[in-house]
Structures are given as structure tokens and as C-alpha cells.
Write a protein of this length. Structure first.
Length: 330
């Protein structure tokens, strides 16, 4: 086998899901919508394994949790446990940052699913089916694998729970100033926690309704409405995390400082809206005209930033130095 590389970018969830009604199939309670980034993601280099037994390395180390999740992907694609495929997969994230809430599980899941498919098939992938498979690794990987602005439909089983891309940068040329921040909270713990919130049912109803409104706003290029709804969705998501049985707080003081700065910028006519996933890291949604103003303002506060545009689907390339870590416009 000639070594090859699978690459996928992370996503920012605009209407986020929390909790799973089926953990084996990773079925969410309601639909969700996201947009892929261009500057953050995961790469998987695929080679033949020495000795014939499959091996998965994450950032150069064995990772039992990632291997466990990969087994479902392997069984669905090949009918075999991963170890029997005779492949060595080296997975790594880019850029290398110690942060939570950036969506690395989504990009890793998408890259790994595409890598396994390409390793065992010469056909072009059906990205709708691949979204079902990638979901078995991480629900968000289902949207990430198809790229652009994507919607994950929450069905009743494997077949009717899948993602589709419905828009791209031509519909809404979104820019993101991403601020990586760290947290000890695991996403899996937060997913289990929210079901104990007394507001969980109300959250399902609210997010389900918002998905239709969000898709319409994106297709219509209505940046302000998208930004406003994403902020509302973010605060709802964190409210049910904080009101679960263990009262998890995944925001940090740095998160709040950045939110405050975003609101200050907006009061001064800068187009900027905050967004967080299950973690303290902040996505600041803005426009091409205002992205530099936002980035400078946050950098002056002492925070690292990563600039992003609307990213594409998971893809295959030659093994070697990455050419995918690009800011918008490249």
C-alpha cells in the first residue's frame, strides 16, 4: 500500500446538540447545524502495519477511547475489527493546541472514517453514507465529513440519522476568529449530564425549531440573524449543562472576558457574535470586513487567535507535510 493521508476540518456548531438517546449508534435527540472551519482539524496518515496487526496512534500514542470508537466504524465499513485490517493509522490535530471545545473529535472521526473507507475501497465515497459511519465515532463527525454548512438529521435509527451539506461560503461568507481555551471537562461527561437538567425537554423543543430558522438564514445570507441565533443557542446549551445533577460549568473566566469584549465591539458597530460548544473556547463569528478588528482586539487581551473561513468536506491526499492549514482567502 502506498501511504496516504486523510484530512478533515473541525466544525463550529451553530445549533448544537447535547445528550444522546442511543449511545451505541450515537443518535441525538434533535437536529443540529454546523459550519466547518478552514484552519483547525485532524490528519490521519495510513500505512501498512508492521506485523499485520492494526494499530491506531493519536499524537504518537495509543488511545484506548479512540480505538474503542473506531471499532464501530471499522465493523460498519469492513465487517471486521480494526486490528484485523493490517493498517497503521497515525492521527494528529492541527494546529497543536491544548484546548477544549474546538471540535477535534469531529475532525478526527471524519478523517478516520474516510481513511478506512479509502483503505478498503477504490470507489468514490457516498458522503451521505459516510456521515452515518462517521457518526459512530462522534455525532459531530457526521456533519464535519460533508463540510460547508451542514445539518445532521436526528432520526430513529442508523439509516435515517445522517448529515447533508446545504450551503457553502457562496451563501454566507462567514469568518471566524477562534480563541482556544482549555478545560478539564470531558465532552462525554457533559452529554450525560444534560439529561438530568429540568430544562432539557424545553431545550430539545427550542433547538429543533431553531434549526429550520438557522438553515433559512444561512441560505439567505443573513449574517446578523445567524450570529444572533448562535449566541442564543450557545447560552441555552451551557444553561442545561450548568443545571444538570452535577452542575458542570465549562465556561472559564477567560470565556466571560471574551464574551464581554465581543459585546463591547458590537456596541461600537463591529459585526461580532460569540459562540461556544462543550468547552470554554470561543468562536467569534464576524465578517471579512471586520475580522482584523476582532482579531486585534482579542489579541491585545493576551489571547491566541486562529482565523478561519468556511471549510470543505473531508478529503484524501498524499502523505506528507500538510497544505490544509490555511486561513481564508488562500
Amino acid at each position: 500500500m502506498t501511504p496516504f493521508k486523510s484530512t478533515a476540518n473541525t466544525m463550529q456548531a451553530l445549533v448544537k446538540y447535547h445528550g444522546l438517546k442511543d449511545w451505541k449508534l450515537r443518535l441525538p435527540y434533535h437536529d443540529s447545524i454546523s459550519v466547518n472551519t478552514t484552519s483547525i482539524g485532524s490528519e490521519v496518515v495510513v500505512r501498512e502495519a508492521r506485523g499485520g496487526k492494526g494499530e491506531l496512534l493519536v499524537a504518537g500514542r495509543k488511545n484506548d477511547d479512540a480505538l474503542r470508537r473506531l471499532q464501530g466504524v471499522s465493523m460498519r465499513l469492513t465487517g471486521k475489527p480494526f486490528e484485523e485490517l493490517g493498517l497503521r493509522l497515525d492521527s494528529a490535530n492541527f494546529p497543536r493546541v491544548d484546548a477544549k471545545g474546538l471540535g477535534f473529535s469531529s475532525s478526527a472521526g471524519a478523517a478516520l472514517a474516510l481513511a478506512l473507507f479509502h483503505a478498503v475501497s477504490d470507489e468514490e465515497p457516498d458522503y451521505t453514507e459516510l456521515s452515518r459511519v462517521a457518526r459512530l465515532f462522534a455525532g459531530s463527525a457526521s456533519r464535519t465529513v460533508v463540510g460547508g454548512f451542514a445539518r445532521l438529521y436526528a432520526g430513529k435509527g442508523y439509516e435515517d440519522t445522517y448529515a447533508e451539506r446545504f450551503a457553502d461560503e457562496r451563501d454566507l461568507p462567514l469568518r471566524m476568529v477562534i480563541v482556544p481555551l482549555n478545560s478539564p471537562v470531558r465532552t462525554e461527561d457533559a452529554h450525560r449530564e444534560v439529561e438530568s437538567s429540568p430544562f432539557f425537554k424545553a431545550r430539545i423543543e427550542s433547538a429543533s425549531k431553531r434549526c429550520d430558522e438557522m438553515e433559512k438564514a444561512i441560505k439567505g445570507g443573513d449574517f446578523r440573524k445567524v450570529g444572533d441565533m448562535t449566541e442564543q443557542d450557545t447560552l441555552e446549551l451551557h444553561s442545561i449543562t450548568m443545571t444538570g445533577a452535577n452542575r458542570l460549568v465549562v465556561m472559564s473566566p477567560d470565556t466571560v472576558r471574551i464574551i464581554t469584549k465581543v459585546r463591547e465591539l458590537r456596541s461600537n458597530s463591529v459585526e461580532a457574535y460569540f459562540s461556544m460548544q462543550t468547552g470554554p473556547s470561543v468562536f467569534i463569528n464576524t465578517t471579512e470586513e471586520d475580522q482584523d478588528k476582532v482579531r486585534r482586539a482579542v489579541s491585545r487581551m493576551g489571547y491566541r487567535t486562529v482565523l478561519s473561513g468556511v471549510g470543505k468536506a473531508a478529503r484524501i491526499g498524499r502523505a506528507g507535510p500538510s497544505s490544509d492549514y490555511l486561513a481564508p482567502g488562500h
